[in-house]
Design a protein around this ligand. Sequence first.
Ligand code: COA
Ligand code: AMP
Length: 635
Amino acid sequence: MTNAYDAAYHRSIHDPEGFWGEAALGIDWVRRWDKVLDDSKKPFYRWFAGGVVNTCYNAVDRHVERGRAAQAAIIYDSPVTGQTRTITYAELKDQTARFAGVLAGLGVGKGDRVILYMPMIPEAVVAMLACARIGAVHSVVFGGFAPNELATRINDAAPKVIVSASCGIEVNRVIAYKPLLDEAIRLAAHKPDHCVLLQRPRSVAELTQPRDVDWAVAMETAVPHDCVPVAATDPLYILYTSGTTGQPKGVVRDNGGHMVALRWTMEYVYGVKPGEVYWAASDVGWVVGHSYIVYGPLLNGNTTVIFEGKPVGTPDAGAFWRVIAQHKVAVLFTAPTAFRAIKREDPEGLKIKDHDLSSLRALFLAGERSDPDTVNWAVTKLGVPVVDHWWQTETGWAIAANCLGLHEFPIKPGSPTKPAPGWGLEVLDERREPCPAGKVGSLVARLPLPPGTLTTLWQADQRCFDAYFSEFPGCYKTADAGYIDEDGYVYVMARTDDIINVAGHRLSTGAMEEVLASHPDVAECAVIGAADSLKGQVPLGFICLKAGVIRPDSEILAEVVALVRQKIGPVAAFKSCTVVKRLPKTRSGKILRGTMQKIADNESYRMPATIDDPGILEEISGSLQDIGYGKGRPA
Ligand code: COA
Ligand code: AMP
């Protein structure tokens, strides 16, 4: 053993029960577990079976009881409304207990689902914690999704109550949520009993009686509700994420293992001490928001920043530096795309000089591959360790990271450093044999996965098994391809499925293809992720029109672009599409998306041996060049 990371990693793999059993002492238990790891239903492992806990108690109440009542739990910084507000742990407890009372009063109890469709405001956190307090299962839906996507989630989770706000505020527009919510409920087969709506002054909504309840009115008379003990293995939340089809996957997280893992990561991955200010500049609708805006920092007794703004445009590329200086942020976590946006507007980093960033100890990046240019820029401009770390909605926390709380390794830009403790990471080839160092293959993790990872997909064990555990028996398939070098550094290169990453947002090209195919004039279609200097990737569509369609291409293209925005939402950022006569396919009829992507990205490609008609690739290149892509040539 040469350092604390090596020791921790070795123990986590060879004695996972000892390792995580010790980490579990960082959590308050109503009743200790019978077994640290229950492996009776492999590959569905359960952590801390027999344990009884409450996540809200651990995130809020215990800090109030132990000297943090007056400490800020949340700093709400909202450049889009011009507000900054601090909520202490005592206030957070009071609000959460009262909102738990509101939910209970509406008939929500242990195991019932509650959907939250909220902007980045403290009430979103209050609502999540209130669910945890009474053992209800929350499912937060990102505000940039359209009613159709919300309806899909309503049908799957079947919530008793939906909590929302009257509007969200983007840089250049106010988005009234109520019409979107009403439309989603109209589209859904399942109807919630009630909606609780927080009225925001920017756009006050008309409530639908008797279904809708006004948040403020309900809170006035609410009876505070105590924490309800739940099994460690009971679900805390469902978070839907893109799968390969239009039907999203409902990732389920438990209470006990989730708390143990997240609190541990705050100390050992991020190196943050209780009391410090931690800022994850993401959104509560994503997994980063769940783990590191809400649960991780609060479980660890930190102050978390809720930022309702963007890295640029609210008002400028100095926004992040202002927030760090004003609130004395110790650790910042964001997506590389945010830094690319800042770098594009302020390449010299001049705005950094206007602020005192001495509180900042480290920057963590995740959500997409950190390109070396961005990492190098951040290292030079900020002068603090810049940690690329790799994780997924399914894993809930980092699979690979430079664990600053254990040992700081020298960084290699382009690599998220080493597997985090608990992760038996391997690279396997098509024959499921280990790849030698440096060779790209499928990144898989040996089971059991550490605590805090997905326990299943909501009411879909078989889908969970098929998606993650069947292809590489005894392993979890990450669906990322990459390699591990001679020094044990991990490199994550690309997804092996049709998921793309747009501005750190995970999207399914399959889901977009379903929307394009639903247009009456479209005979066939394909969507790929094309490289983009700001967003990492952007979706790029190809449509073949049905025989006999004589309307102008431009009209149909405008319609399909609008259709994706309407069905999936603005977050899909689907803006580029082209009409082609034919799609390139193999002789067996499989669309050659990989080759199309190389052409779009101006890369050379190997002519696929099984291509049906090589001439089509020239046609594709021609159509793409008309919209600014597509100079890739055969090697
Ligand atoms: N509610 C409604 N609409 C939303 C939304 C929300 N919560 N979030 C985004 N949108 C809309 C945007 O307004 C935009 O609409 P437009 O097409 O009318 O312009 C569209 O969805 C795409 O949004 P986004 O991908 O965020 O692009 P952008 O151009 O607005 O901003 C960045 C680009 C890089 C500044 C922005 O993506 C960013 O800050 N990213 C940070 C990364 C991040 O938070 N990642 C989460 C995982 S860590
Ligand atoms: P999400 O579920 O939205 O967190 O997206 C997960 C996917 O984002 C992963 O499977 C990767 O493809 C990609 N990803 C996240 N973090 C990184 C990273 N640090 N490096 C490379 N890819 C990443």
